[in-house]
Design a binder for this molecule. Structure first.
Ligand code: AMP
Length: 448
């Protein structure tokens, strides 16, 4: 099948050709005619299938056919997404196609100053990509006019529900006019997705291009059984030994993302973390560096990595096995995107085996286990042995020598403690003289 047969206009076909897409992906081939026909859509499609263009292309074309009645442009298409990263990705595509047909779009998400968003909305836009919480904020303040919305897209709806956005989505829907065309995309189809669909969609057509348990076929999957304490050594070894230059590593928590990043840097591997505790500007910069190949390892939590679209990402590592089996499918969807080959490596500690079993059950097949040969003796414990650069460092040290090396580092700490104790005593003395006795209770406890 070719794009020509889908009813897309010449401007969009030209844009698609410039992107290098030669034929529609299955979700595009199936969804575009349904959207052009004006039907609501319930699509089972995971990330990496080309689902963004599947809704962006027909929406942009249909919007361009009708001129705005109002002097100032009002949003006519609204795309709700779970994360800021996905908002950026979807918005990028809408802008790309929209520009061709003189349409404007903007992004709305939390964690950044609201004023700039208000000003952009006031200047007038045709399409809005938003995370539900901040959008609701705008709707309640009256800083966005949603009364002209013709298209509502719920992208990665399953993840929005996982993140607890159900109330916000339903409250946003109350601001939207009827009739409208609603499209829901979800990688998985759970009872709560069904409920959401029942609530918001009208006799939807159902399309299923990749079942929830169908991991991207272009991805080679492998699991290495590894002791938990040695995972960091193993990942350093794999990256160095395999000369991997662009690796996305998943951890379960923000804490382990930061910890692993520090450890990789200690091993002289350039790494940075991306998670919800990082400011938006840092997240954007880190991602841009990673995409440009300036950063070798990006360590991410599931939420932050949602929606990341990195062309030809060759390696994804599950440093920790996800709690929810579906997250594995999302994670490995970051590699092998749109026909590229990729490799997904899982480091599995004994305690994580039940989680791996659950993933295999979801996939419907076993993930091949591989074992590593002898690992080189690299930094066994952080802070004790320097990375094996100098020859002398790689020789096994006697316990005595290691202890000798640690001691000087411990000394200044003791000094610090003594100093701070001195300061505290001084502060107590001063306080006793100058101020009334400190009250006990929460405030008093906190001030300590
Ligand atoms: P998505 O599922 O929307 O996140 O898209 C995944 C990736 O597939 C993106 O990098 C798109 O640029 C790419 N893509 C989308 N449609 C096509 C197509 N028809 N041919 C090749 N690549 C595509």
């Amino acid at each position: 099948m070719s794009f020509d047969s889908l009813g897309l206009c010449a401007e969009l076909l030209g844009r698609i050709a410039r992107q290098g897409y030669t034929e529609p992906t299955p979700i595009q081939a199936e969804a575009i005619p349904v959207i052009f026909a004006g039907c609501d859509l319930l699509a089972g499609a995971q990330t990496g299938t080309g689902k963004t263009a599947a809704f962006a292309l027909p929406i942009v074309q249909m919007l361009s056919l009708k001129t705005q009645q109002h002097k100032r442009r009002r949003p006519r298409a609204l795309v709700l997404v779970p994360t800021r990263e996905l908002a950026a990705q979807v918005s990028g595509q809408l802008q790309n196609y929209g520009r061709t047909l003189s349409l404007r779009s903007t992004m709305i998400y939390g964690g950044v100053n609201i004023q700039a968003q208000i000003e952009r909305l006031q200047r007038g836009v045709d399409m809005v990509v938003a995370t539900p919480g901040r959008l609701l904020d705008h709707a309640e303040r009256g800083t966005i006019d949603l009364s002209a919305i013709e298209f509502l897209v719920l992208d990665e709806a399953d993840r929005m529900l996982d993140l607890g956005f159900i109330d916000e989505i339903l409250r946003v829907a109350e601001y939207l006019p009827e009739p409208r065309q609603t499209l829901l995309f979800s990688a998985t189809y759970s009872p709560s997705i069904k409920q959401l669909a029942d609530e918001l969609l009208d006799h939807p057509r159902r399309i299923e291009v990749a079942r929830s348990n169908a991991a991207a076929e272009a991805v080679t999957q492998v699991a290495y059984p590894v002791e938990r304490a040695r995972k960091r050594e193993v990942i350093s070894h794999l990256i160095r030994n395999g000369n991997w230059q662009q690796v996305l590593v998943f951890t379960r928590t923000r804490y382990s993302a930061d910890k692993l990043t520090a450890e990789l840097r200690f091993d002289s591997i350039q790494a940075a973390a991306i998670h919800s505790n990082k400011s938006q500007s840092i997240r954007t910069r880190t991602l841009a560096e990673f995409k440009k190949g300036e950063l070798r390892v990006l360590v991410a939590t599931d939420v932050a990595a949602r929606g990341l679209d990195i062309q030809r990402l060759p390696h994804v590592v599950n440093y920790e096995i996800p709690q929810v089996a579906e997250d594995y499918v999302h994670r490995i969807g970051r590699t092998g995107r749109a026909g590229e080959n990729g490799r997904a490596i899982s480091l599995v500690a004994t305690g994580e085996l039940p989680r791996l079993k659950a993933i295999e059950k979801l996939l419907g097949h076993a993930i091949p286990r591989e074992t590593l040969g002898e690992l080189p003796e690299i930094a066994i414990k952080r802070g004790m042995v320097q990375p094996a650069r100098k020859k002398a460092d790689s020789k096994p040290r006697s316990k005595k020598k290691v202890e000798q090396k640690v001691q000087p580092a411990a000394k200044p700490k003791q000094k610090k403690v003594q100093k701070s104790q001195k300061r505290r005593t001084l502060a107590q003395k001063t306080t006793a003289k100058a101020r009334p006795p400190v009250k006990t209770g929460r405030r008093g406890a906190r001030s300590k």
